[in-house]
Design a protein around this ligand. Sequence first.
Ligand SMILES: [Zn+2]
Length: 386
Amino acid sequence: MNNHEPEPIEGILYSDNGNISIAIENGQISAIHRLEGKKAEQKLFIAPGLIDIQINGYMGVDFSGPDLTIEGVKKATKALWKAGVTTYFPTIITSDISQMKTNFAILAKAMEDPEIGKSIPGFHLEGPYISPIKGFRGAHLEKYIKAPDWEEFQEIQKAANGGIKLITVAPELEGAIPFIRKCVNSGVVVSLGHHNGNAEQIKLAVDAGAKMATHLGNGCANEINRHHNPLWPQLADDRITPSIIADGFHLTKEEVRSFYKVKGPEKTILVSDALDLAGLTPGEYIRGERTLELTPNVVKLPKENVLAGAASPISKCVGVMMDFTQCGLKDAIRMVSTNPAEMLSLDNLGAIEQGKRADLIIFSMENNEMRIIKTYVAGELVYAQQ
Ligand SMILES: [Zn+2]
């Protein structure tokens, strides 16, 4: 161990409540020692860092907005470290194509940045190839929504320097199935979302390689047919891993419990879907062409009375998930770190094992609330509670 290596990190292993000490070398976990008999002074847990694969912005920085800068991405990343998020996929939603390209180019630079790049292994493109129908399109602007276009997506991917690793697509659109196949063949994970696909269309999409459902239960019209709707086929197909926004507001407790009972901790991923307003003071904000209302818990479009997105970091969803489903910390962390790492082929992340990158969080759980004390990225302390 050289002088630059951090001290071993001690705490209670999230998965079995044993006291452990983690040694770090060259940014990786080099050894894990059990501290038998030694009682922890404080009840502080150690877990792999949180991984958020759907986040639109944070602390006033909008990844899809016209004002995005590298400095903004740094600000958002550092604020996310405070919330225990060591890895995230900046998510760009349906907007003007040239704006998307501009912003992806900025994110591609952020990915190479020596300070924050390690926390950004890829991007999520949510749209513009989604349902234009009110309700299903959610907060996406109708005028920018279109049918899948492989050439166009290639241009966006080029602007992103190949960084788009996840795309949300509606399977019922003309040309969607071959588009999905091409995405999958090019190494992009395809998630079905903001759609009104029927059972056959969903089956074809999954046969073509789609393997996720984006924020299941949201991005869906309020009134749907009780037999024929997009929810049942996505729940019924074991090949689909849904992401869910378990912030306590986007889904009812009963929805979260039902989805969890069907998919289990192995095939559920938590996402924040946080908007840039997350972390700011509640009130009305003008964003581009519309007015948004930030409440303490969610962001609304007051005119259309629909949810526009979440206002909580993903660390909050951990506690809500435990409260709603009575799952343990081990399974909650699995859904917010291990599963997204596996889904996006982040082979060195999402677990506490020798050889994995030392992306670690130290935290306490109080009344199902995760309180982040320290955050490490590649063995480096990037946040410590004052
Ligand atoms: Zn969405």
